[in-house]
Design a protein around this ligand. Sequence first.
Ligand SMILES: NC(=O)c1ccc[n+]([C@@H]2O[C@H](COP(=O)([O-])OP(=O)(O)OC[C@H]3O[C@@H](n4cnc5c(N)ncnc54)[C@H](OP(=O)(O)O)[C@@H]3O)[C@@H](O)[C@H]2O)c1
Length: 365
Amino acid sequence: MLNHKYAVSPADGPVVVTGASGYIGAWIVRDCVEQGYAVRACVRDASNPAKIDHLLKLNSAGLRGSVVLHEADLFRPGSYDEAFAGAAAVIHSGATVGFNRETPQEVYDGCFKENAHVIESVRRSGSVKRFVFTSSFAAVGHPRDPGYVFTEKDWCGDNVEAYKGRWSEEQIPLDRDIAYAMAKANTEKLVYAEAEADGGFEALAILPLHVIGPLMSSNHDQSWSWQNHIKRMMQGKPYKGGRDGRMLWNCVDVRDVARAHRLCIETTVGSNGSRYILAASDRNGELFTWQLQALLSSIFPFVSQVGGEEMHNEKPVKATYDAPRAYCLLARQELGIETADIETTVRDMVDSYYQLGLIDPQDAG
Ligand SMILES: NC(=O)c1ccc[n+]([C@@H]2O[C@H](COP(=O)([O-])OP(=O)(O)OC[C@H]3O[C@@H](n4cnc5c(N)ncnc54)[C@H](OP(=O)(O)O)[C@@H]3O)[C@@H](O)[C@H]2O)c1
């Protein structure tokens, strides 16, 4: 049966995006404005041009909708009240991601504990029909044999014995990965339960894997981000993540991630508790680092040396652990999303680096 009661359209009123200045948040704002929504974009500091100029520019881009800024902070309970009042939907993408100065405990608090008052603000709005939470594949992934294909039925914390004692609340202050995964999973469970109890709104979640694609602002080139790692590879530098640079990149386009969020407020198929993995659409989007290097070299043949993992005679020195495998299937089936091919995503991302002047063409060597 179709679920029309909670489905939102631009005629229902404004849509709020938290974390609006960020890499994913800014693309969510853009997608909603393209579709004719009046967007209330929540940022922590509305006077910082690096965080807002790319959002305000959308108002003069000839798009159907509009953007206004609201200041709010996850660590200030009640600060979302004004933005949420009278809104039809909230897309909650803001989070203390934790790669800068935050401790694992602060990551946990900013990604979980502080969400309780965000839900309070949703309730107080009296108008919000859909709440979409940007969770993460971290809320799904857990130790499994190589090649295991994760789906939305999986939760981090499953197969707990394989964590070898690392999966416990005591680990939160000690381990950023555990803090982040637990926070995302606990928030999902919280928001589904709160929505169920309230009855006035539904909560759905998007669970992205390695998000890449074009940057809307120089500020999206954060040193810990996947996009920044690929920039460094384009500059001939080794990839510092994974195991000595060896990793399975399970890539999804930031524009598809954004569109999926908007489709969650509009869906008549998904309902409270629906969660969607946004990962590669098929095997083409799953690349070991050496395969990503080869793809970058083929798209940008003028770059003499693309970095990545250690190679010998054009072959990787060591094999990569084959995980995480997961596909963007349910989102395609239920939300009807069409996804970009990996070549387009990678090309557009690197082109945006050139356009923003963040990669010097001289780096091509
Ligand atoms: N990028 C990925 O590959 C990936 C994968 C899975 C899940 N995610 C999730 O996607 C969401 C967005 O991540 P992103 O990659 O776009 O990161 P990002 O560019 O760093 O964006 C994070 C946003 O969160 C906001 N924020 C940080 N602390 C805040 C606080 N105390 N109160 C309110 N807002 C706060 C920031 O707002 P200000 O700029 O206003 O300070 C920023 O706009 C996060 O929930 C993240 O966990 C990302």
